[in-house]
Design a protein around this ligand. Structure first.
Ligand SMILES: [Mg+2]
Length: 297
């Protein structure tokens, strides 16, 4: 595996993530009053949100170092933090304190939610390019690096597990041809025990369902912004739609919830399989360009 291959796989995943995020964000309705997409694309341009901004930091750290350095990743999150990109209140505060007051990211992350740490879906939403970068050759490494990337903001074991599961999925999408049950089985095997992994197990039993709304009724749709409420459904869609970016997007958006994040996760995983060319060109063109500092044009 060359660095070139890692780079191009990660860029494909990042582009798919950004398109999913940006189109999905058009359907996001605060307070989860779902406006169900009717498969007509929204007016452009489509602007990406915090999911993409943070994923660009994950990508650039890997590109520059070939591994996750938590200090540098925290610094990049803080330096590139744009308040208006839809961050959650806790992360907004944390990144502002790091940037403006030199706060320690370890203390900030560990102190979230009265010291329990965040189990939100924010570590999972940005991590697909990491899985694509490494590929499936060393899945233990993927899990370890994903956990390191998560801990910078999400220290609760479920928040970490969500990121590990998505990174494993992107790694398997990038360099294997697994789909469906076997795909989810491989992900579940290395996901730490807990609600996220239980949810992936549940997703495996629900693969025969064809309606994503039925799956989401059991697996969640991100409405609670937690990793266990978000990741299993995303991986259910990915397992069924790994070869078809558009179908995966609509299946994900259809169920409402935290749509920019669910579509970012699914977009990042599916694009790791189908490549940049598999992300519809018209969608890519109508999406806001990635930030210049990410260096991917
Ligand atoms: Mg977002």
């Amino acid at each position: 595996m060359t660095d070139d291959q890692s780079h191009s796989r990660a860029v494909a995943s990042l582009r798919g993530l950004a398109v999913g995020d940006a189109v999905g964000a058009c359907y996001f309705i605060p307070l989860n009053q779902p406006l169900l997409p009717d498969r007509r694309l929204p007016p452009d341009p489509w602007y990406w949100t915090d999911d993409t901004e943070m994923a660009c930091s994950v990508f650039t750290v890997l590109r520059d170092l070939g591994r996750v350095d938590q200090e540098i990743l925290a610094r990049s999150f803080a330096d590139h933090h744009d308040f208006d990109r839809g961050y959650g209140a806790g992360v907004n505060r944390m990144l502002r304190l790091i940037r403006q007051e030199g706060a320690d990211w370890r203390e900030q992350a560990a102190g979230m939610f009265d010291g329990r740490g965040s189990w939100g879906n924010g570590a999972a939403m940005r991590v697909a390019p990491l899985g694509a970068w490494y590929g499936a050759g060393d899945l233990d490494r993927v899990a370890a690096e994903a956990a390191a990337s998560a801990e910078v903001t999400h220290t609760h074991p479920e928040g970490v597990a969500g990121a590990v599961a998505v990174a494993l999925a992107a790694a398997l999408a990038a360099t294997t041809d697994l789909t469906g049950y076997e795909f989810l089985d491989e992900v579940a095997e290395r996901t730490p025990p807990g609600l996220v992994r239980d949810g992936i197990g549940n997703a495996m039993t629900l693969l025969p369902l064809s309606d994503p709304r039925s799956a989401a009724a059991s697996l969640g749709n991100g409405r609670y912004i937690s990793a266990p409420d978000t990741v299993p459904f995303c991986l259910w869609v990915a397992a069924k739609r790994l070869g078809d970016f558009e179908a995966a997007f609509w299946d994900t958006a259809l169920v409402g919830g935290d749509i920019d994040t669910t579509c970012a996760i699914v977009g990042g995983v599916v694009a790791a399989r189908v490549g940049v060319e598999g992300v519809p060109e018209g969608w890519r063109k109508r999406c806001e360009a990635l930030p210049e500092w990410a260096g991917v044009g």
